[in-house]
Design a binder for this molecule. Structure first.
Ligand code: ST9
Ligand code: ZN
Ligand code: ZN
Length: 362
């Protein structure tokens, strides 16, 4: 008997295509009265992130006023590579298993992932699976109901809520622990990460085009900080601002601004509705989604395979049933409106014209 059940934590989202509403309905009741959660700040993290953001501002100053143009270009390249290590690697490949990758691609992605320093993939993916399954509850590591700051970075500045650990244990992670490349990354993380994320990115500009230490080091701090904030925006902004064409009952939304910075990870209403789709959006590479273009290219050369997606019919029906009405049925059948740049208010008949123009020009 549990007379004190006040705040039951139940699965509030789906994790893969085998999850269904029945399971969500099977509530797991927890007596929350026994542990009143108190926020315990982690001062080490607060100081490190403060230093990092200060260093990043100085890096911006260096890039603008004293660094070589090659250092700027190199920083942009590393931002893209580290970003792919998160989006194509930790997120779409490992956390969601939305496609499969051959060993060379997995090795490349784990290297890129280490460059992004967001902790070992196994730990990242564990938190992320809990985030999907228990979205916006205390068991969600970056519960967006606790506000913009908490879901953006605050969650990394304090101890985890006990529900995260308790409910995280219910999630199957055996596939992650069975992957030898991920085990290697986890086992040697404290050696690999400093070399890949800090030493090499500082040394390369100094060695190859004579950059100063201070410029190279600070530019790299900026590169790392921008990648972090782009990632965090998916948890904060994309859980708050934007349309909900697929499921109006959840917080994650379609956010172009976030998609631009996060290599295509801003289409978050779609992603939380169909998390197993490797595109993490309906339109894939045709609408601000560098990561999808990358996975498609890898599939072309045989490095990525078994790409999972969702049929147009299922998407349309779901949008009809639970969407907020903003789903554009005329949009996705052609690539003319591919980039979606502000053509939302173009009348349908003009869009048809755009399709014809597009076909002619190809
Ligand atoms: C960073 C991560 O920034 C960012 C991730 C964002 C995710 C975004 C997702 C959005 C979608 C994808 C978009 C990508 C876009 C990319 C764009 C790129 C251009 N289940 O954690 P601990 C247990 S990292 C089950 O220490 P504390 C477990 O037993 C930045 N169990 O908890 C564990 O032990 P072990 C750099 C769990 O002490 C034990 O608890 N890194 C779970 O409360 C202790 O775990 C940092 O700054 C679970 N989910 O500390 C470090 N979790 O691990 C930040 C825990 O041995 N982190 N357990 O099994 C920390 O310092 C600490 O984790 C803490 C909490 C202070 C935050
Ligand atoms: Zn999310
Ligand atoms: Zn996800």
């Amino acid at each position: 008997m549990a007379p004190n059940v006040t705040n039951a934590v139940v699965p509030t989202g789906v994790l893969d295509e085998t999850d269904n509403e029945m399971e969500v309905a099977a509530a797991i009741a927890v007596d929350k009265k026994q542990e009143k959660h108190e926020v315990k700040l982690v001062w080490r993290n607060i100081l490190l992130f403060a230093y990092l953001h200060g260093g990043a501002l100085y890096g911006l100053y260096c890039l603008l006023f004293s660094a070589s143009i090659y250092t700027t270009l190199f920083s942009i390249l590393l931002y893209q590579l580290g970003g792919l290590g998160i989006t194509a690697g930790a997120h779409r490949l490992w956390a969601h298993r939305s496609y499969k990758a051959k060993a060379p691609l997995r090795a490349f992605l784990v290297l890129c992932n280490t460059l992004a320093f967001q902790d070992a993939v196994v730990d990242w993916a564990r938190d992320h699976r809990v985030h999907h399954k228990y979205s916006e509850t205390d068991a969600d590591p970056h519960n967006a109901k606790r506000g913009f700051f908490f879901s953006h970075v605050g969650w990394l500045l304090c101890r985890k809520h006990p529900d995260i650990k308790r409910f995280g244990k219910l999630i199957d992670l055996s596939d992650l622990y069975a992957d030898p490349i991920l085990k290697f990354q986890k086992d040697f993380y404290l050696v690999l990460m400093p070399i890949v994320c800090f030493v090499a990115p500082t040394w390369i500009p100094m060695h190859f085009w004579g950059e100063t230490f201070v410029n190279a080091f600070s530019a790299n701090l900026l590169r790392y900080t921008v990648t972090l904030n782009a990632t965090w925006l998916v948890n904060s902004a994309a859980h708050m601002f934007g349309l909900k064409p697929y499921d109006r009952f959840i917080n994650p939304a379609e956010n172009l601004f976030v998609a631009l910075f996060a290599l295509g990870e801003g289409w978050h209403n779609y992603h939380h509705t169909f998390p197993w789709d490797y595109k993490t959006s309906e339109l894939g590479r045709y609408r601000v989604n560098t990561t999808c273009a990358f996975i498609d290219a890898m599939a072309k050369i045989g490095q990525a395979y078994d790409l999972k997606t969702v049929s147009q019919d299922v998407v349309d029906k779901r949008a009809e049933r639970t969407g907020d009405g903003s789903h554009d049925h005329h949009h996705h059948h052609h690539e003319g409106a591919a980039w979606g740049w502000g053509d939302a208010d173009v009348p349908v008949e003009h869009k048809k014209e755009a399709v014809i123009m597009y076909q002619l020009s190809n």
